[in-house]
Design a protein around this ligand. Structure first.
Ligand code: URP
Ligand code: ZN
Length: 463
């Protein structure tokens, strides 16, 4: 099977040129002007952007959390992703306490097998080095293509790991060629603040943010950076939300330390006042780290523009407002943490980032696709459009207007954080490994099409 994408503006992290893209089988074989080739399928991309498929390095599909399970499984979450121009994502396989690391990867692989419609990989979340997994076993995961170890400094009693574990796993990462990742919030102090708020009868959604202040994100982020530096490990800080954490990352990067940070779409657009939405509507905005004061939003845009932050993910972790978020109707600390975002990310960042002049089109491609690919061992197979790369391509109409609404989205979510938002720019066609996955508003593949990607070690290429 061959595909010719004709006459679009091909945009990579570095270039932007009107060209044809010729795909043979699963990979791009030629990029050039007026290609004189025959193809089985021709897509006229005149006036459109031809982008490398977006890569989301931070998702939670089919994840038990907060007394329930995220509403999107691999099929529904990835269908939403494909309609939103995301062609590959890396989900978190969680080691439960007492479980071996390989059993955790097996468990998550079983969730995706036969269900996937886009390509995917896994990070491991380390929760326990005493009764379950051992460092020796964790050292073997990169051989399985799981080349990133995440630790959470928050969620005491659930995911939180102490500094000893943080340090030992980071030392291991420096030896095995894995990338250490952290959720940077001081979970010990948060736990005290939450208990105090509940005891005082402060139970509304807004207390979710008030018990997780930005100082605690700044402190944990800086602590992790210092520990990773001592361990000699590269570090990736997930979902950065505030100036305190941005400053810690900027200081490390100014010293050329191996530290990278991501933020997520939602932190540019929703803020602490949204938690006061009436009729328990504030629960839609309960995720961690929490929504912040609006003054942080220009700080985040600036950090993305100036390469202090290197990626924008979704942290897609969808719960129904009606039936799941309501578990915490009488107590904010029982609201399952998380929100959807897989389908919205590219359109929101294109409209409010590129159309409104905050970042360039090349930078958008870099933070949504190329950098995640490079940092997580997918590049140059994924994250660019070049001869030899997987034909993971989005034909994007930069002029088509659309209004975001949960009613027309493709996951199982019953709300979007951006309901009613009008954006200019929409996905026309999504191809993965040369196969049309979304076209004419329809999903064209069956569950099982998406493949596990065995990622390369940190700093190595995936050819
Ligand atoms: O609230 C969130 N973000 N839920 C998912 C787990 C995490 O903290 O990333
Ligand atoms: Zn997350």
């Amino acid at each position: 099977m061959s595909v010719l994408i004709k006459g679009g503006r091909v945009v990579t992290a570095a270039d932007s040129t009107v060209a044809d893209v010729f795909v043979e089988g699963e990979r791009v074989s030629l990029v050039g002007t007026s290609l004189d080739v025959e193809a089985d399928h021709v897509i006229d991309a005149t006036g459109k952007l031809v982008l490398p498929g977006a890569i989301d390095p931070h998702t939670h599909l089919d994840m038990p959390f907060g007394g329930t399970v995220t509403i999107d499984d691999f099929t529904s979450g990835q269908t939403a992703a494909a309609f939103g121009g995301t062609t590959c994502h890396i989900d978190f396989a969680i080691q439960s306490r007492g479980q071996s690391f390989s059993a955790a990867i097996d468990e998550w692989s079983a969730k995706a097998l036969g269900s996937a419609v886009i390509d995917y990989g896994f990070h491991i979340i380390v929760t326990d080095l005493e009764e379950g997994g051992t460092l020796e076993e964790l050292a073997l995961l990169p051989d399985r293509g799981v080349t990133s170890y995440k630790m959470l400094m928050a969620y005491k009693g659930v995911f939180l790991v102490d500094d000893e574990t943080l340090f030992e796993v980071m030392q291991l990462a420096s030896r095995t060629g894995a990338l250490a990742m952290i959720h940077g919030e001081n979970g010990e102090v948060i736990d005290v603040l939450v208990k105090q708020a509940v005891a005082a009868g402060n139970l509304a959604p807004r207390y979710h943010a008030l018990t997780r202040p930005p100082e605690l994100e700044g402190e944990a982020t800086n602590r992790a950076i210092q520990i990773a530096h001592l361990a000699g490990a590269p570090l990736y800080v997930v979902h950065v939300t505030c100036k305190e954490a941005v400053d810690a990352i900027a200081a490390a990067r100014a010293k050329h330390w191996d530290v990278w940070g991501e933020t997520c779409t939602q932190y540019f657009f929703v803020d602490i006042t949204d938690l006061d939405e009436p009729d328990f509507g504030g629960a839609k905005y309960v995720f961690s780290p929490p929504v912040r004061d609006k003054s942080n939003q220009p700080v985040l845009w600036d950090a993305v523009r100036t390469d202090v932050l290197s990626a924008i993910s979704t942290d897609h972790c969808a719960f129904l407002l009606d039936g799941q978020k309501t578990l915490g109707r009488d107590d904010f600390s029982k609201i399952p943490n998380g929100a959807p975002g897989l389908e919205e990310r590219l359109k929101m960042i294109h409209h409010f980032g590129v159309n409104e002049g905050r970042i360039t089109l090349n930078r958008m491609v870099e933070v949504l696709s190329t950098n995640p690919a490079k940092l997580f061992g997918l590049y140059p197979r994924k994250g660019t459009i070049a001869p030899g790369s997987d034909a993971d391509i989005v034909v994007f109409d930069p002029n088509r207007k659309t209004t975001l609404s949960a009613a027309t989205m493709h996951g199982n979510q019953d709300y979007t954080l951006y309901e009613g938002t009008e954006v200019t720019g929409d996905v026309d066609v999504t191809l993965i490994r040369g196969t049309v996955v979304v076209e004419d508003g329809e999903l064209k593949v069956e569950p099982g099409f998406g493949q596990f990607v065995k990622r390369a070690r940190f700093g190595e290429q995936l050819l």
